[in-house]
Ligand binder design. Structure first.
Ligand code: PEP
Ligand code: MN
Length: 336
């Protein structure tokens, strides 16, 4: 439910309305926009007397929300959200490129790649320490040592780091991580979502599950937000379809659609979405043109010998060339 306040609403009366809502175990979410001020109500509003609220002198009107996601809903929060990743802002016109290898392999690899992607214009650094692999025999990541290496690369370059959390018990190792990634395979790990919602306010890069609908993605974002962390970014990383020519099918329609449904920033991952380094540039350009708030790109200094996802990893040279094209395209990007 949304309560739309009158323009000249008396702050004291608004305060008492907020208290009245809290007394009824409703969490009020106040959003002050240019055009109007709203109070989004989260909780069991079914038993609430709407007539009573509507009759208050500060209330313009009351609107019920049909969609099951509330906090993530654009109706709840008409302005675009900005997620602050240790000073690097994503959303509402702030565009960023996250780049780095699939997996952290060594200090030399990580620091070398961090320096080259930074020089090319990347503003955040990615690298997997805990890796979700289809095969139990494949490289599983360096774990805690991987995070230490990421922090060294951050110290060398100043780039905030993005890395995946797979298990609740690893959260204490993420104290100095700037952005926590929840991978496609864990999009509906509800215990993990509740944990990153309640135990931290760090930005969460939430990846769409391989066969998840947008409503399911938004409901997963809702889990994090309803648990107390509003800093969520939605990431499209390709979905599984009947097509086998590409690793996944990139669904760029989600950019305008998610922006219609939600106020959260939209990030596109053309590396996992396509599976081939030669497809990354055209899809990254498409995503930029369609108004993505950020891109996340896999870059490796020696893709042929990468321990994970080498085929889809750009070389630093490819990345630098792509960045020039993306920067040239940015002024023409679609805006809502
Ligand atoms: C990754 O970013 O390396 C990764 C495993 O991504 P996804 O969860 O999208 O497969
Ligand atoms: Mn990968």
């Amino acid at each position: 439910m949304i309560i739309i306040l009158k323009k000249d609403a008396d702050p004291k009366q608004v305060e008492s309305l907020v208290k009245w809502l809290k007394d009824r175990h409703i969490t009020p979410n106040i959003s002050t926009g240019e055009r109007e001020t709203l109070i989004g109500c989260i909780g069991d509003v079914a038993k609430m007397d709407i007539g009573l609220v509507q009759a208050l002198s500060v209330v313009e009107r009351v609107q019920r929300i049909q969609e099951p996601y509330k906090a993530a809903n654009r109706k709840f929060h008409p302005e675009d959200s900005v997620v602050d990743c240790s000073g690097v802002k994503i959303g509402a016109g702030n565009f960023q490129v996250i780049a780095g290898p699939c997996s952290v392999e060594s200090v030399e690899q990580m620091v070398g790649i961090a320096k080259s992607v930074k020089a090319a214009g990347a503003t955040l650094l990615r690298g997997g320490a805990f890796k979700p692999r289809t095969s139990p025999y494949a490289f599983q990541g360096l774990g805690q040592r991987g995070i230490e290496i990421l922090l060294e690369a951050k110290k060398e370059t100043g780039l905030p780091i993005v890395t995946e959390l797979m298990s609740i018990e690893h959260l204490p190792l993420f104290n100095d991580v700037d952005v926590i990634q929840i991978g496609a395979r864990n999009m509906q790990n509800f215990d993990l979502l509740k944990e990153v919602g309640s135990m931290t306010k760090k930005p969460i890069l939430l990846k769409r599950g391989m066969s998840a609908t947008l409503q399911e993605l938004l409901m997963s974002a809702e889990y994090i937000m309803a648990s107390g962390n509003p800093n969520v970014m939605l990431c499209e990383r390709g979905i599984r379809t009947f097509e086998t020519a590409m690793r996944n099918t990139i669904d760029l329609t989600v950019i305008p659609m998610l922006k219609r449904l939600s106020h959260l920033p939209v990030v596109i991952d053309p590396s996992h979405a396509t599976g081939y380094s030669y497809l990354v540039e055209p899809c990254a350009m498409g995503a930029t043109a369609m108004g993505a708030d950020a891109l996340i790109i896999e870059v490796h200094n020696d893709p042929a010998h990468a321990l994970c996802d080498g085929v889809q990893s750009q070389t630093p040279e490819m990345f630098a060339e792509m960045m020039q094209k993306i920067n040239a395209l940015r002024p023409y990007a679609w805006k809502r």
